[in-house]
Every structure is written in C-alpha cells, then in structure tokens.
Design a protein around this ligand. Structure first.
Ligand code: ZN
Length: 430
C-alpha cells in the first residue's frame, strides 16, 4: 500500500464504536456508533477523520488520497483478540479423537496426551521454529479480521522454555504489522516434574521466571490458571502479587470448571479474569464495580462439546464489562476466528450481535490497556481496520463457518495478503 493517505468511502456501515476510553457496560454495549454511507481517512498509520462519505471527502488530505470503494462492505475496528496461546508446535489430533470417543481429561493425560504433549513439543523446539508457528497463527488471525493479539507463553513450564516462548512471540511480532501483547503464563499447570511439589514450582515461577521476564521486558502481563487441577487461590495470589511487585500487570484464568471466590483476586486489580463460566452472584456485583474485564471464551465450550456456557447475559445486565476472545490453543480452542466467536457468543450466550462486536473490539482493547489506541474508529487512534463483505454488521455473527473478510489494515498497512514468512526469514537475534 502506498504512503499516500487512504480514503475508504461509501461503506454500507462504518462501526465507529466511538465513546469514552473506558469499557462499555450494559446498554452501552449495544451502541456501535454506526455511520451509514461511511468513510474513513487514514494517514501515517493513524485515523485522521471518520464520518459520512460527503463529510470526510471534504478533508484536505482526501484530495490526494488513495481511495478504496467500500460499497457493500461493513468497516469496523480490527478485532482485538485478548486471549490466545499461540506458542505450540502441533495440533492435538489424537486427543481430539479420544475425547470424541468419550475419553476423560484424565484418561487423555494418562495416555501421554493433553498439555504434556504440547510441553514436550515446545521444550524440544528452537526459538525460530516456535516463532514461525506464532507468525503463521498471527497471519491467520489477521485473515479473519484481527489486528491486535494477546499472546501467552505457557507450554514450556521451565525457565528456559518460557523465556524461549516469549522470545518467539517477540520475534514473530516484529514480522507482523498488527500489535502483539505478550503474557507470561508460566503458571499454566504444574509441570510433570513438579507433580508432587506444586509449591516448589510456584517458587520457580516467582523467584526465577517473573524476575527474568521483568528484567528482559519480555511480557506486559503475568497470567495464572487458578483452577482445580492447576493452581490454588493461595498459589495464584502469590504469583500475581509477585508480578505486581516486579512492575508487571496481571490477568487470570478462573471459574472455568467451578466458581472461585474472586474477592482476593480483584484486590490485585487484574486487567481481566478469563473464562468465567461459573461466577457467584456476589462476585458479579464486585466485578461490576471494578475495572476488571470479564473475558469470555465460548469457542472453548463449543470445541469441548459442553452444554454450559459463560453467563454473558447476567454479566452484561449486571454491569460487568465483558470481552470476547478466541482462546486460540491446541487443546480446547483451535480457532483463529473472532467471527466464529461472535457467532457462538450470539447463539449460545444470547449476546446481541452489537454486544458481541463491542466485546470483540473496544472491550478487548480495554482488557489489554490499549483503549487509547485501539478498539474504536476515532481520529488519532491507530489505523487498525477490518473490512467485511456485508451490508449489515449483524451478518458478521449470522453467517458462520465462512470468512466474510475482505481486507484488513493494521497501522495503516494492508495485511490482507501478507507474505508467508518462513523460518529462514526470521532471525533469532534475541
Ligand atoms: Zn486460555
């Protein structure tokens, strides 16, 4: 794409999501700030003007801009996928078949599958191999309309492999025009070698991983899996408080299998609490009065064939700020598609299409602390734009199993047809 300004014109709808730089709650989630026959003017990676085609065309910069006709298209902020696990080497196809045939999580783990197979793969891989996989995942996400991705480590589970995973995220992000936010998930599960001594592994996370990651500035966030079979609330608090002490921000996987008491977690002001399939009513009230985003991951419930989904309606109607993300990972949610997440959010959690889009854009940006730059189409914000073939935004959630993607722009660059960068093009000078 040229370095000239870009003028998008005559879009059926431009979804501006304009408003305060704060998460949308309750009825606000249904207001997408739609401009019919909309236009956008972009220059030097930023949004210059938004409005009707008539109005934006009058801007001085529009005179010599490269024009893209968006008739029959819906234009919206690029999706912000605020929860992904892209650092792994192989899909878990045997586990998939076994679970379909009725095997339990424990039976899959006993047979050497589950997260252990991903751990083996990451520990054996080079940083370049991991970076290549992450870059392919980022490119695939972009091809479904995503321009900002939170990427977690968490399949290395020793100091060296967690650092390697975060270097791979950094390396891949340097070859991608979208924005990547890295998260240390050293506390994903207790690795096999610490099976009988979880406390000792928590010490590794707190005394080795978090200080090393903070010192090397390899991640903005520390995440923890606070769940039965992973880390207790006390262990999770120890890890999150250690992160805060090292100047890192926090988030947590919680309430996926059973309700946990959220009061103490909220005291460390996590940016988000993710999954939230089972939440106590008293905690919903506390969440509604906090800045913490509830990030719902319904593609995982879909893939696991669960009947139960996160209580999105109750959360939204109680004033909790809700975001949506893919949870892209090889075990429970192998999808790069935020469009699919919109579909599942509407059909299985009864979110309206407008609420789902707000959750996948501005509220996702808030979950990553990027609301001043991302998540809405307003002058001064980053030119991260997704363009879909549709007359009406509701089609994004309505059609499923297809990609309505037309063009994706990140920081003013068209990344729709990004070159397939191979390992050889990546340099491991990290
Ligand atoms: Zn996750």
């Amino acid at each position: 794409m040229s370095s000239r300004p870009i003028l998008l014109t005559h879009a059926s709808q431009v979804l501006t999501l304009c408003g305060p730089e704060s998460p949308r709650r309750g009825l606000q989630m249904g207001d997408l700030g739609i401009v019919p026959d909309g236009a956008l003017l972009l220059d030097e990676g930023k949004i210059i003007a938004v409005g009707t085609t008539d109005d934006v065309a009058k801007h001085d910069l529009s005179l010599h801009a490269e024009e893209i006709d968006c008739r029959g298209k819906v234009v919206l902020p690029g999706f912000v996928d605020s929860h992904t696990h892209p650092v792994f080497t192989a899909p878990r196809l045997v586990d998939f078949e076994k679970r379909i045939a009725g095997a339990s999580y424990e039976e899959i783990a006993e047979a050497g599958g589950g997260i252990r197979s991903s751990i083996r793969g990451v520990r054996a891989a080079s940083v370049e191999q991991l970076a290549e996989h992450v870059l392919k995942a980022l490119q695939e996400m972009a091809a479904y309309g995503t321009t900002t991705v939170e990427a977690k480590s968490g399949y290395g589970l020793d100091l060296e492999s967690e650092l390697k995973s975060l270097y791979a995220i950094q390396l891949a992000s340097e070859s991608w025009s979208g924005t990547v936010v890295a998260t240390l998930l050293g506390a994903h599960v207790v690795p096999p070698e610490y099976r009988d001594n979880a406390e000792a592994y928590v010490d590794v996370v707190c005394e080795q991983m978090i200080p090393a990651v903070a010192e090397r500035k390899l991640a903005n966030y520390v995440d923890v899996f606070c769940e039965r079979g992973a880390f207790t609330l006390e262990q999770s608090m120890q890890i999150l408080q250690c992160a805060v002490a090292h100047g890192l921000k926090t988030r947590a996987h919680v309430c996926q299998l059973a309700a946990a008491e959220l009061g103490s977690l909220l005291k460390v002001h996590p940016a988000s609490l993710d999954h939230m399939d089972f939440v106590a009513d008293t905690d919903i009230a506390s969440l509604a009065h906090s800045d913490t985003i509830a990030t719902l991951l319904p593609a995982a419930n879909y893939f696991l064939g669960l009947d139960h989904f996160p209580p999105a309606r109750k959360l939204i109607e109680s004033g909790v700020a809700v975001a949506l993300a893919t949870d892209y990972n090889p075990g429970t949610s192998p999808t790069p598609s935020m469009q699919f997440v919109l579909s599942v959010a509407c059909t299985h959690m009864k979110m309206s299409p407008a609420e789902a889009i707000a959750a996948a854009t501005i509220n996702g940006a808030c979950a990553l602390g990027l609301q001043a730059r991302k998540g809405s189409l307003e002058p001064g914000k980053d030119a991260d734009i997704a363009i879909f073939t549709a007359e009406d935004y509701r089609e994004l959630a309505y059609w499923f199993g297809v990609n309505r993607w037309e063009r994706v722009i990140a920081a003013g660059q068209d990344i729709s047809k990004a070159p397939d960068v191979s390992c050889s093009a990546l340099s491991a000078e990290v």
